[in-house]
Design a protein around this ligand. Structure first.
Ligand code: CP
Length: 311
């Protein structure tokens, strides 16, 4: 991998992503395989989680390693103890840290002072492990990642940012439909456009969900109110009301389009129950694939090619 840490999709090259996805497929077939015996993962979480905690813990155990979960109250990141001291101490015990924080700056600070690699397990800025699982899910359901027409409809949030960057590296044709005041920052759009130029992909931003979804192979949405934004709930519900993925909107996508959502979902808000619980939905595959891509990430970080070749 390009860098010591995985804090953003931009820490990976397109070659890194292809290697991680190929290893994820192999590790999925392998099941339990002792390639990380004696290695320890520390999970440091400032926010709740179902999928991320479960899949990281299981990934480490299935690879023969140990995992220790530290809850928000136990760590007191930046309150009980500084990020610098936490990182310095934890990297004396653990071989790798996976951290869920409110602020990307906290992750950067931890990575700066940690001798062990740090994985972004979700921040306000990115969710790279989710994007890797999403790519694996798309490749499970579509012939090739390149040229997939992906419509992301909803909030220009951390999940959207990682997905846009990852899809652009893979050569996808991505349409991002958000309310104008909730789109992604210009820097991200520019970076994704650069990636797309190199990979033969394309990036389009719009405030029109119909334009984005037209003939799309993949339709993706996420919650309109992320963790920490609860006070904005009534306002967001109003602004995003035209961006709900309904059966009628889904019918404007390509005939075999799949529906994706990183979960947790809010039925009746960003997605109609008929869509998320319908035949086009692959949301449970996405959740399961978190396990396999994170196994691949851990294997690469803790031993790289040598570890993978021991299989
Ligand atoms: N998609 C995701 O990261 O789920 P959790 O918040 O439950 O970990």
């Amino acid at each position: 991998m390009k860098h010591k840490d995985l804090l953003s999709i931009s820490d990976l090259s397109s070659i890194d992503i292809h290697l991680l996805l190929a290893d994820a497929v192999e590790l999925r077939a392998d099941g339990w395989v002792d390639i990380l015996t004696g290695k320890t993962l520390a999970l440091v979480f400032e926010k709740p989680s179902l999928r991320t905690r479960m899949s990281f813990e299981l990934a480490m155990r299935q690879l023969g390693g140990t995992c220790i979960y530290l809850s928000p109250a136990e760590v007191g990141l930046g309150k009980r103890e500084s990020a610098k001291d936490i990182a310095s101490v934890l990297s004396r015990y653990a071989d790798v840290l996976a951290v869920r924080t409110f602020a990307q700056e906290t992750l950067l600070e931890l990575a700066r002072y940690s001798d062990a690699p740090v994985i972004n397990a979700l921040s306000d800025f990115e969710h790279p492990c989710q994007a890797l699982a999403d790519l694996l899910t798309m490749s499970d359901h579509k012939e090739t990642l390149k040229d997939i027409r992906l419509a992301y409809i909803g909030d220009g949030n951390n999940v959207a940012r990682s997905l846009l960057l990852a899809g652009a590296l893979m050569g996808m044709d991505i349409r991002l439909a958000t309310p104008t005041t909730y789109t992604l920052d210009e820097e991200t759009i520019e970076l994704a456009s650069e990636y797309a130029e190199d990979s033969g992909g394309a990036i389009m931003t719009t405030a029109d969900p119909h334009l984005a979804i037209s003939d799309a192979d993949v339709v993706y949405t996420d919650t309109w109110v992320s963790m920490g934004q609860e006070e904005e709930y009534p306002q967001r519900l109003q602004v995003f009301s035209g961006f709900r993925i309904t059966p009628a909107l889904m019918a404007e996508a390509a005939p075999n389009a799949i529906f994706m959502h990183c979960l947790p979902a809010h039925r009746g808000e960003e997605v109609a129950p008929e869509v998320i619980d319908g035949p086009a939905s692959v949301v449970l595959d996405q959740a399961e694939n978190r396990l396999y891509v994170q196994k691949a990430v851990l294997a690469h970080m803790l031993g790289g090619a040598e570890v993978a070749s021991q299989r």
